[in-house]
Design a protein around this ligand. Structure first.
Ligand SMILES: Cc1cc2nc3c(=O)[nH]c(=O)nc-3n(C[C@H](O)[C@H](O)[C@H](O)COP(=O)(O)OP(=O)(O)OC[C@H]3O[C@@H](n4cnc5c(N)ncnc54)[C@H](O)[C@@H]3O)c2cc1C
Length: 383
């Protein structure tokens, strides 16, 4: 353990991204303090379904990084020496119309070309995998048998625990209220426990990174939705695979009204997690709205009519960061030496290992692949 008065790096945010970065930094020998305003995984990382998504990656650099990160999942549990419940359960992106079919045909060909075992299934093939789907609701699906799931709380815990083995210091229930700058250089942060100086500050604060960026005079091009989901009581097997709709790939430009997109995962003990209602907002609330549950439940029952008999036991809502171009904000913040942003990863769990590796490499070697410039946190074209 080192002196928390002067770590080399401070990571703000104890979610999936911050915990992975903190682990990779300490593994690389960088003295690091991880600061979280609540409990670990109390932001979007504790609100998610645990899907290790691969088949929905953006093409180009995001897909390259997804494949690199996916390879690490084969040994991650052993490396972290902690069970995170990783299982290869498979996923289906359900196709409803000709436009989605064309998008999924192209996606299948491009994913197969990089070696993924994806297949385009017709309706009968899909129903053989998922007999409880309403056959009237879809034409077929993009199937990826190797897609995984895990327990996101355990993954965050595993990164932090392993990091602590390398000397990571952890402050939970500690709020960072500002980033301190001298000249054009980060000098530390102000927290509810006092001031801490550091050479590096990594903003892994999810949707909250926007307001923290402002304290350093940086307007990150970041937006967020209030994402809302629900979980049922345990029910008999209704779905083996992670289910989602290919509608996620159609144009989503538009209003701030509440929209619903179907995604569903049945947990090993029978609970069915279903979502997600989303509305673009500038608030950072966590209160589920009355309108979301009927939207989510109606959509889930449209695909799986057998769910009509299931009781919902809990709903939740959380701000989830995104960017207008669907690329993450990842890398050094131009104009503020020592400030690094890491947020708005489209599919977060899959990317956690590679993001941790990249940030650790930046801080230990100053190397930042020029191709990563497309993720620059200070690129133009905000929400
Ligand atoms: C219903 C739902 C289902 C989802 N399912 C999946 C899925 O299956 N797979 C997947 O990959 N993604 C999924 N996602 C998206 C995923 O959950 C998020 O993208 C991801 O959790 C973001 O992680 P993060 O670490 O960037 O942010 P967060 O988890 O939000 O972490 C940021 C942390 O920073 C802390 N913080 C903020 N401000 C401060 C401050 N000032 N001082 C100190 N700490 C601060 C917060 O408390 C928070 O814990 C889902 C999202 C929703 C809503």
């Amino acid at each position: 353990m080192y002196d928390t008065d002067s770590p080399e790096a401070i990571v703000v945010g104890g979610g999936l991204v911050g915990s992975s970065i903190a682990y990779h930094l300490t593994r690389a020998g960088v003295s690091t303090l991880l600061i979280e305003q609540g409990d670990l995984a109390s932001g979007a990382s504790g609100a998610n379904f645990g899907n290790v998504q691969v088949a929905d990656a953006e093409f180009g650099l995001s897909l390259d990084l997804t494949l690199r990160s996916f390879a690490r999942f084969a040994t991650l549990e052993a490396e972290l020496d902690y069970p995170v419940g990783f299982l290869r359960t498979g996923s289906l992106l359900l196709i409803e119309n000709a436009q989605q079919l064309a998008l999924m045909q192209e996606r299948a060909a491009r994913l197969q070309a990089v070696g993924l075992r994806v297949a385009l299934l017709d309706r009968d093939e899909t129903r053989r995998l998922e007999p409880f789907l309403d056959p009237e609701a879809f034409l077929g699906a993009l199937y990826h048998p190797d897609e995984g799931t895990l327990d996101p709380f355990r993954l965050v815990r595993a990164f932090v625990r392993r990091g602590q083995g390398h000397g990571l210091a952890l402050w939970t229930h500690t709020r960072v209220s500002g980033i301190e700058i001298k000249g054009a250089r980060v000098t530390g942060v102000v927290t509810s426990r006092g001031r801490v100086s550091a050479r590096w500050v990594i903003l892994a604060a999810g949707a909250w990174a926007y307001e923290l960026g402002l304290t350093a005079g940086v307007g990150l091009p970041l937006a967020w939705v209030q994402g809302e989901a629900a979980v049922t009581e345990p029910v008999e097997n209704v779905a083996q695979n992670t289910l989602a709709t290919a509608a996620f790939f159609e144009s989503t430009e538009g209003s701030g009204a509440q929209t619903v997109g179907f995604c569903l995962r049945q947990r090993p003990r029978g609970h069915v997690m279903m979502g997600e209602a989303a509305s673009v907002t500038r608030a950072l609330g966590r209160t589920a709205t009355a309108a979301a549950l009927p939207l989510v439940a109606r959509e889930a029952c449209r695909w799986l009519p057998g769910l009509r008999r299931a009781n919902v036991v809990r709903t939740w809502a959380i701000p989830v960061a995104f960017t207008a171009d669907h690329r993450p904000l990842l890398g050094p913040v131009d104009g503020v030496d020592g400030l690094v942003a890491a947020t708005a990863l489209k599919s977060t769990i899959i990317l956690t290992p590679v993001v941790g590796e990249l940030v650790a490499e930046l801080i230990t070697t100053s190397h930042w692949d020029p191709r990563l410039g497309e993720f620059s946190p200070t690129r133009t074209g905000g929400p």
